[in-house]
Write a protein that binds this ligand. Structure first.
Ligand SMILES: [Mg+2]
Length: 139
């Protein structure tokens, strides 16, 4: 098990579609916005909303999504209407892999005097918010 420091602010880079929300394509989001017949609705995945609400208030949540920038207003309204916590958002990302780089904090600058890894990633199955997988690194 990888251990993450609990004493420092964490920054969460969170995908939306298939991770927090039921996966929607940009076409499906357009259909929602323009009230097309049979359009799907936005829907949180079970446990996702609760998981992010219970994070420490000091943590920073940055939404990172391939949703088009024209979908910002629609998407944030849904999140805000449901009191989903976030601090920043980046729309219009690529739909390929996301890669996070960060340097290891040397022991002498960490509160518990040992080297601290600062980059973590979790691959979740689409539309299955498995918080147990996240718990394996955020212990
Ligand atoms: Mg996704």
């Amino acid at each position: 098990m990888i251990e993450i420091e609990e004493t420092q602010t964490k920054t969460w880079f969170i995908d939306l579609d298939g991770t927090v929300l039921e996966h929607r394509t940009n076409k499906e989001i357009d259909d929602m916005i323009y009230n097309q017949p049979g359009a799907k609705k936005e829907k949180f995945l079970p446990n996702a909303l609760h998981f992010f609400r219970q994070l420490p208030k000091r943590d920073i949540i940055i939404l990172t999504t391939a949703r088009l920038k024209r979908h910002i207003t629609h998407t944030l309204k849904f999140l805000d209407d449901n009191y989903f916590p976030y601090d920043e958002y980046i729309f219009g990302l690529g739909s390929g892999q996301r890669i996070l780089l960060n340097d290891i904090k040397p022991a002498e600058v960490t509160p518990n005097k040992r080297d601290m890894k600062t980059a973590f990633a979790v691959n979740l199955d689409r539309d299955k918010f498995n918080f147990n997988l996240i718990d394996t690194i955020v212990d």
